[in-house]
Design a protein around this ligand. Structure first.
Ligand code: FMN
Length: 334
């Protein structure tokens, strides 16, 4: 069945718009879509890769993996079946061809889980604010673990004191190293946005109010790049959020693309349970701290992302969506 039979121009735009809502490192949105006879191709936009924070494109692949999951959910939402081939051209170089091709065929209507996750793509946002100290319900944690496993990845919850200490130390160490690197700060500044019509990057208003006293066991990435590094840490009640690690057995580009789909299935599952999330990427930005983190969980597999998870505070206002590039900028019609 070809795209002419299955995918109208409107449906292609809906799929690409839904894919565009995915989270991405510094909101770089490093993806492009190409409509084909069989469905859609996902390509990396390496002009949007972060040369300092992501020199080997691992987080670009995670971001593109998240967009791929959104596209799959949108296709399921239209009652069609996406068949994904990762690196169809045989090379896993980022620029050598599509990262993935989606062959769309007719299929069964979406099930309740697909519907729930598709709905969550519209209200998942990175929430860097303090969370309610309530413990995460065990059934939520089980659902998050299952979400990672559905996408051939695994999830480790940091409920063990030693693991929490190791992880928080490595995040703090990476955060310090990054914040004292002028190239990292310049790159972050180049993705900070104040213009109301910005279509990418991190808007000022999602940077958590740095004047408010805040201390957490896990250092949140400081997007307030103007001024001295680290000034935001002041004494106060210490936040002790649930933190989970998402990992894969392998670390090839295909594993990283799968990890992005797993990360996003975890984030959407959390959203569907009314649970807020924010990635804590510093310790996995740097290969040295990422490798140390891998050893702290027994040296098996590869850590792909660290995520802070918790219930929003009772008075937390809904977050505004961060900007996205228009569909015309990311969609190429064959
Ligand atoms: C691979 C990856 C790494 C990220 N790392 C961080 C991080 O270290 N700290 C953070 O606050 N947000 C992080 N984010 C979240 C992005 O900043 C966020 O997705 C983007 O700004 C878009 O906002 P939204 O998630 O609210 O849609 C990361 C997202 C991805 C996909």
């Amino acid at each position: 069945m070809t795209s002419t039979d299955t995918l109208s121009a409107d449906l292609v735009r809906t799929i690409v718009a839904t894919a565009g809502l995915a989270p991405s490192i510094h909101n770089t949105q490093p993806w492009r879509w190409r409509a084909t006879d069989h469905g859609l191709d996902l390509l990396a936009d390496t002009s949007r890769q972060l040369g300092v924070a992501d020199p080997d494109g691992r987080q670009l692949l995670l971001s593109c993996g998240a967009a791929l999951l959104h596209a799959r959910l949108a296709i399921r939402g239209a009652g069609l079946t996406p068949k994904v081939t990762i690196f169809p051209a045989g090379s896993d170089e980022l620029d050598a061809g599509p990262l993935a091709t989606i062959n769309v065929t007719s299929g069964q209507p979406a099930g309740p889980e697909d519907d729930t996750l598709l709905a969550a793509t519209h209200h998942r946002h990175t929430d860097r604010r303090p969370f309610d100290p309530r413990t995460l319900a065990p059934d939520v944690l089980r659902a998050l673990r299952r979400a990672a496993e559905t996408e051939a990845a695994w999830l480790v919850a940091l409920d063990d004191a030693d693991l929490r200490i190791d992880t928080s130390v490595l995040i703090a160490r990476a955060d310090w190293m990054e914040n004292h690197d002028p190239a990292y700060r310049a790159e972050l500044e180049s993705w900070s946005r104040t213009a109301p019509n910005a279509v990418d990057g991190i808007p000022r208003d999602v940077v958590v109010d740095t004047d408010r006293p805040r201390q957490s066991e896990f250092v949140i990435r400081d997007f307030d790049v103007v001024g001295e590094p680290g000034l935001h840490l002041r004494q106060a009640g210490v936040e002790r959020p649930m933190v989970v690690l998402i990992g894969t057995d392998g670390d090839a580009p295909a594993d990283r693309l799968r990890a992005g789909q797993a990360m996003e299935r975890v984030l959407l599952t959390a959203t569907a349970h009314g649970v807020a999330t924010s990635p804590l990427g510093q310790a996995v930005d740097l290969e040295s701290t990422r490798e140390l983190l891998r050893h702290s969980v027994g040296g098996l597999g590869h850590i792909q992302m660290i995520i802070r998870i918790g219930y929003p505070l009772p008075d937390a206002k809904p977050l505004d969506p961060t900007p996205r590039r228009p569909v015309n900028d990311i969609l190429q019609l064959e």
